[in-house]
Design a protein around this ligand. Structure first.
Ligand SMILES: O=c1ccn([C@@H]2O[C@H](COP(=O)(O)O)[C@@H](O)[C@H]2O)c(=O)[nH]1
Length: 284
């Protein structure tokens, strides 16, 4: 066990949410936002944007979620900025969730796992988002490595976009695909559940999915899973909709918001105030 305090990710996230509220602030430096901050859309602008977010969020929110795509756009120099963001947040004691939605098979999945979850990875985040649509068990190399290194995962179950239902609501032998993902996470989180803790295999369930959690029979409480809920804010998720969607699992939910928070930039103090205002509105 090696990440941070030595406790597994699920326990560290629970502690951070209790201390700082249930907000995960996103770092999504897309062109329109970068330019609205008066920055040029190039590597220098990317770096200024991202480090301003680090200054504003470090030590203030439970977790920060950089979106890998917006760094990858700039090639190796963009990735270097992402690595700096992850390293500085870790040094400041703030949990990071890298949104890269990785998923593959066999030795390729093993390589992804090593790249993001190993102790000797270049800049490992505390947790990584994964896509299970090559089959939940195809993620096993990442699940096993994250368990060994104390890191976490957020596996896509019900995504915030309307198109996700085409795959995630589909049924096989009467069970919705999303429910089979929850079942997989529940199995991996069973030891943590027995200790009365959240596990380190989290799920992504959008803040915009309405009553789908209940309709599809997803038991998030029994799965002892942290839930990352993107779609809060600009995509339409609200404090009220989180209550409707998650019910008894509400205390497991970390609401993720990018544009709603980032629209308060570029002044770091205003950005921080916006994040704190949203975090305070979210019951833990
Ligand atoms: O189901 C999902 C999974 C991931 N995302 C990501 O979250 C942010 C949302 O940004 P907002 O500006 O708060 O809408 C973005 O990085 C998405 O790729 C998601 O929206 N839904």
């Amino acid at each position: 066990m090696s990440a941070g305090s030595g406790a597994p990710f699920g326990a560290r996230l629970q502690a951070a949410m209790r201390e700082r509220g249930a907000l995960c602030a996103g770092i999504d430096p897309h062109r329109a936002l970068v330019e609205s901050w008066g920055l040029t859309y190039d590597v220098a602008g990317l770096e200024r944007f991202a480090l301003t977010c680090v200054e504003a969020f470090a030590g203030r929110v439970a977790a920060v979620k950089p979106q890998s795509a917006f760094f990858e756009v700039f090639g190796s120099r963009g990735i270097a900025v992402l690595e700096r963001v992850l390293t500085e947040l870790r040094e400041a004691g703030t949990l990071t969730i890298l949104d890269a939605k990785r998923g593959d098979i066999g030795s390729t999945m093993t390589a992804y796992a090593h790249a993001y979850l190993a102790d000797d990875a270049v800049a490992p985040p505390d947790a990584l988002t994964l896509s299970p649509y090559l089959g939940y068990e195809s993620l096993r190399p990442a699940i096993d490595l994250a368990t060994r290194t104390g890191r976490g995962l957020f596996v896509l179950a019900l995504t915030s976009n309307p198109e996700g239902a085409q795959v995630q609501h589909a049924r096989r032998d009467g069970e919705a695909v999303a429910a089979s993902i929850v079942r997989g996470a529940a199995g991996d989180n069973a030891p943590a559940r027995a200790r009365g803790e959240l596990g380190s295999v989290g799920l992504v369930v959008g803040a915009t999915v309405g009553t789908a959690v209940a309709d599809l029979g997803l038991d998030l409480v029994a799965a002892a899973t942290p839930v990352l809920a993107p779609g809060f804010g600009t995509q339409g998720g609200t404090v009220a909709s989180l209550g409707t969607t998650f019910g008894a699992a509400r205390g497991q939910v970390l609401a993720a918001s990018s544009r709603e928070v980032l629209s308060a930039g570029p002044e770091p103090s205003r950005l921080a105030a916006q994040a704190l205002r949203i975090a305070e509105s979210l019951p833990v």
